[in-house]
Ligand binder design. Structure first.
Ligand SMILES: C[S@@+](CC[C@H](N)C(=O)[O-])C[C@H]1O[C@@H](n2cnc3c(N)ncnc32)[C@H](O)[C@@H]1O
Length: 245
């Protein structure tokens, strides 16, 4: 699977052997083709909402001689499969809000899968909030760098849905993930938290003169609380590092 980008290779490594895969927003169908060729999945559905990507995917699947194992389908989100038709659902390379919308539109199909593999381009907090609400637990997380950008990867699995109150999670956990945040010494996670902290700090500076009681002042207070949370986590990692020396 050496032809895959670090992003897609990272997700491919979390696909259990013998799975039936759905790749939502497949574009060139690179991931399903690599996973079938390597023998990791037994079959795949490569689906996309748009005609151009579907045609590209069809051409690539035909050229690879994999039409018997990979079905290429056009349609939005999870509408291209029925409940229980696939074990692993991949949603990669789109915004976290779009990915969340896809899952919220068809929660029964999503929860029939044994594992979801996700790589949001942005909006990771929105996506994690939705996953918590739909009853998914994070089992793997990572950050990969491609060019100048860092991308979050996550693997989640359905758990019995808790009744009662909405599951709680802090802003930091939603933004960076519970598994990533356990790695307090991981330079990639520390850099991502630091960069977000600096970004928020710039906004707080610009909102310094906001009149008391205004929407801008409320936003400033919210961002100050987030900066405080980020600082506490960054400080914890630094302390552990010193303790380990
Ligand atoms: C940037 S490409 C990502 C390709 C590949 N998954 C990757 O990560 O490299 C995003 C693809 O998602 C498709 N897409 C966007 N919204 C979608 C939706 N709601 N359902 C299915 N496909 C969608 C687009 O047509 C596009 O081909």
């Amino acid at each position: 699977m050496s032809q895959l980008s670090p992003r897609l290779a990272g997700l491919a490594a979390w696909v259990p052997l013998g799975s039936r895969l759905l790749d939502v927003g497949t574009d060139h169908a690179l991931l399903p083709i690599a996973l079938v060729q390597s023998g990791r999945v037994v079959s795949a559905v490569a689906s996309d909402i748009a005609r151009g990507p579907v045609e590209r995917a069809r051409d690539n699947v035909r050229q690879a001689g994999l039409e018997a194992q990979i079905a290429v389908r056009q349609g939005p989100g999870l509408s291209t499969v029925s409940a229980g038709e696939v074990d692993v659902i991949v949603i990669a390379g789109m915004g976290g809000g779009t990915a969340a919308g896809i899952l919220e539109e068809a929660p029964d199909i999503a929860r029939c899968a044994t594992r979801l593999l996700l790589q949001p381009m942005n909006g990771a907090a929105r996506l994690r909030r939705c996953l918590l609400d739909l009853g998914f637990e994070t089992v793997e997380e990572d950050m990969v760098e491609e060019g100048a950008r860092s991308y979050q990867l996550m693997a989640v699995e359905p758990r019995p849905k808790p009744g009662g109150e909405r599951p709680r999670a802090s802003w930091l956990t939603l933004a960076f993930g519970p598994v990533n945040l356990r790695r307090t010494g991981d330079e990639r996670v520390r850099r991502a938290v630091w960069e977000e902290r600096e970004h928020m700090s710039g906004i707080v500076d610009r909102l310094a003169a906001a009149p008391e009681g205004s929407e801008a002042a409320r936003r400033r207070v919210e961002l100050e609380a987030r900066i405080h949370e980020a600082d506490a986590w960054l400080h914890l990692g630094a302390q552990r590092e010193e303790g380990g020396r």
